[in-house]
Design a protein around this ligand. Structure first.
Ligand code: PLP
Length: 422
């Protein structure tokens, strides 16, 4: 099949021609690149055109694509049978490895990040006997009804859904506050603290590009909910095992943590973990129901185990070194082009904002010049560099990227910036 024939067939088969919205390239324009295969830092379209990949599967591909240890582990698991609907050895091994690295006392594996955050909230509501949830504008926690909510008109109002099909009765249980604003959080807890079950937050927000958390905000997040008997849920679905072996360390006082992406080694996964007493609320030990035909599937567990084995402290040093090389190169290119753009990096996560200064919250992120980003994306794609198809998605560097790929990306970026500028 050619790239075009895949896109044409998909347009009839799938809404928007895709199975997840951002893949449609709606926000950057042009034809989405159908990926047929990947190897290391590269992906190849259906016509064998090669791209240096900074999408990284939106987070999981920290070792690069088709890492031999991961594919071997998956093959072995497949050869041994895939769907038993029973406890098995690999889930115990992966959970022990995660527990050792994170300090999470207990875990439950699920099939996606969406399931993980949904379950964390159900636990928090059961633990507190309260219904209200606080999230932050621009943080994404998957597509469950209660988390697809945008801010109401004032700070102490409850939300309206971002999506059709979500009952107001559900959306109205979620409040959306501005990120990095401790005063807004204080006002919320003064008004509704006694009704609030949990605050959920990305440890480092990475779904509007990257927002750097302010220390004072992090302090408030970790003290205020607790003082009002509410829980703190740290969403580490992107940041878990991305920045170092284990959790990011940004919210050490979180009561519940959600994981996903990297811990599944490229296969579908989620996990919720935390204090033993809270996890003990899950069925069959406790009254909170949660289940899954495919939960802790042997192939997923095998891929996760092989991935975590490769993620040594030295691996993170190397990731940081390569990602810093990319950051420095992009900074220099931005400066040379005189572009009103800024680069933000945490470890191997990076954002290039078409805005002179890095944003502190979603309102500032929205000021980015998305039309310039769209032109930049197209110019990069024409030069064989694939970055996420939205100003608001984060770039990921993998252990398979080396200096030659980074240098090629920086050279392309220097030219693409000139094309992108109005
Ligand atoms: N939480 C965060 C921080 C995410 O970035 C995502 C997905 O990108 C999710 C939750 C949802 O995970 P999934 O897409 O596996 O359902």
């Amino acid at each position: 099949m050619t790239n075009q024939s895949i896109r044409e067939a998909a347009a009839g088969l799938f809404p928007g021609g895709v199975n997840s919205p951002v893949r449609s390239y709606r926000s950057v324009g042009g034809d989405p690149v159908p990926i047929a295969r990947g190897q290391g830092p590269f992906v190849f379209d259906a016509e064998e055109n090669r791209y240096i990949d900074f999408v990284g599967g939106f987070g999981p591909a920290i070792l690069g694509h088709a890492h031999p240890a991961v594919t071997a582990a998956i093959s072995l698991a497949a050869a041994e049978g895939l769907a038993f609907g029973a406890l098995g050895p690999r889930e115990v091994a992966l959970a022990e490895s995660i527990r050792e690295a994170t300090g999470l006392e207990r875990l439950r594996f699920l099939n996606s990040g969406t399931e993980a955050t949904m379950t964390a909230i159900r636990i928090a509501r059961a633990a507190t006997g309260r219904d209200l949830i606080v999230k932050f504008d621009g943080c994404y926690h998957g597509h469950s009804d209660g988390l697809l909510v945008k801010a109401g008109s004032g700070v102490a109002t409850l939300g309206m859904s971002d999506s059709a099909g979500v009952p107001q009765a559900v959306a109205g249980l979620t409040a959306v506050l501005p990120y990095n604003d401790p005063a807004a959080l204080m006002r919320w807890f003064d008004a509704r603290g006694a009704e609030t079950a949990a605050v959920i937050v990305e440890s480092i927000p990475a779904n509007v590009g990257i927002l750097a958390p302010d220390p004072e905000f992090l302090e408030t997040l970790q003290s205020l909910p607790r003082a009002h008997g509410a829980l703190l849920i740290a969403d580490e679905i992107i940041t878990g095992f991305r920045l170092r072996r284990g959790l990011s360390g940004v919210l050490p006082a979180a009561d519940l943590v959600t994981l996903g992406k990297i811990i599944g080694g490229g296969l579908p996964v989620g996990a919720v973990g935390g204090r033993a007493d809270l996890l003990g609320l899950l069925a069959p030990e406790g009254p909170v129901y949660q289940a899954g035909t495919f939960s802790a599937n042997p192939a997923v567990m095998a891929a996760g185990l092989a991935t975590l084995e490769a993620l040594t402290p030295a691996a993170y040093q190397r990731l940081d070194q390569v990602a810093r090389h990319l950051e420095n190169g992009l900074q220099a290119a931005v400066k040379r082009a005189g572009a009103p753009a800024s680069v933000v990096r945490f470890g191997s996560m990076l954002s290039l904002f078409f805005r002179p200064a890095p944003p502190r919250d979603y309102a500032e992120a929205r000021e980015a010049d998305t039309a310039a980003f769209a032109r930049f994306h197209r110019a990069m794609r024409q030069r064989g560099i694939l970055i996420p198809p939205s100003q608001f998605e984060t770039w990921f560097v993998s252990l398979a990227h080396n200096e030659p790929e980074i240098d090629a990306a920086v050279r392309a970026a220097a030219e693409a910036l000139r094309e992108a500028l109005p």
